[in-house]
Ligand binder design. Structure first.
Ligand code: FES
Length: 264
């Protein structure tokens, strides 16, 4: 016969004053979701493994130092977690401010307008003002934004990659959350995307340095486009005719992502 299923121990903890019991190994973020508490997030999704890069989902745990990421921190018996303290709100707002400081602010004409998690999170954390400016040309030798050197605020953003027939890649809007990279690997089983560089210079590449999406190993499945929380990867049809208003999940063996439609 088949071996007995391993029983998973259950863990009870407290989040924002409410008790919740979840299987051992569950992340604090998921346990909070069980209580209907949604912790701000950008890099975590249900469809790819947690990565802990965006630093928005920070929480406080009584008796522990620091503010761990709730998406990558597992529950533990009896811990008392806070998700909405003043300190956390200040930290999250600071993180969002840094993201927006080097992000194009063309929201009204962006293909992701109204369907952008970065925009939603900026609103959710109450960001209204950005005190920083991104580095200008010369301050970082290989800064990925080709900024003018006159000190003007209007940068010339990195060129778009429009080589793929179905979607556009706009690197200046990338927050390097790695959701596209993880979706490519985990949802599609392709390894077409990588991240290179650090800090302001980090960016997602399709294939090698001189590749485009078209010349890379990308199979155009769309998993990366669906995973992107910003306007970095956008379907060309969305750019042409707007956001789809219907979606179906297909059983087609090609990609497993599903198709979306716009009613005429
Ligand atoms: Fe946890 Fe991004 S959602 S670090």
């Amino acid at each position: 016969g088949t071996p007995a299923a391993k029983s998973k121990a259950m863990v009870t903890l407290t989040i924002d004053g409410f008790d919740v019991t979840v299987p051992e190994g569950t992340s604090i973020m998921r346990a909070a979701a069980e209580l209907g508490i949604s912790v701000p997030k950008l890099c975590a999704t249900d469809s790819v493994d947690a990565f802990g890069s965006c630093r928005l989902c920070l929480v406080e745990i009584e008796g522990r130092n620091g503010t761990p990421a709730s998406c990558t921190t597992p529950v533990a018996p009896g811990i008392k977690v806070q998700t909405q303290t003043g300190k956390l709100k200040t930290l999250r707002k600071g993180v969002m401010e840094l993201y927006i400081s080097d992000h194009p602010l063309d929201c009204l004409t962006c293909g992701a307008n109204g369907d952008c998690e970065l925009q939603d999170m900026a609103g959710a954390v109450g960001l209204r003002d950005v005190r920083y400016e991104a580095p200008k040309g010369g301050e970082l030798a290989n800064h990925f934004l080709a900024r003018n050197t006159s000190g003007e605020k209007n940068p010339e953003w990195l060129p778009k990659d429009l080589s793929n027939p179905y979607f556009a890649y706009e690197p200046s809007k990338c927050i390097v959350c790695s959701r596209c990279v993880r979706a490519c690997e985990e949802v599609q089983g392709t390894f077409a995307l990588t991240i290179s560089g650090r800090g302001f210079e980090s960016r997602v590449h399709a294939g090698g340095k001189n590749d485009s999406f078209l010349t890379s190993d990308c199979v155009s499945c769309g998993a990366c486009v669906q995973a992107c929380p910003t306007g970095t990867l956008t379907e060309k049809s969305v750019l042409d005719i707007g956001t789809p208003d219907r979606a179906v999940v297909t059983t087609c063996a090609y990609c497993g992502v599903g198709c979306q439609f716009k009613a005429e």
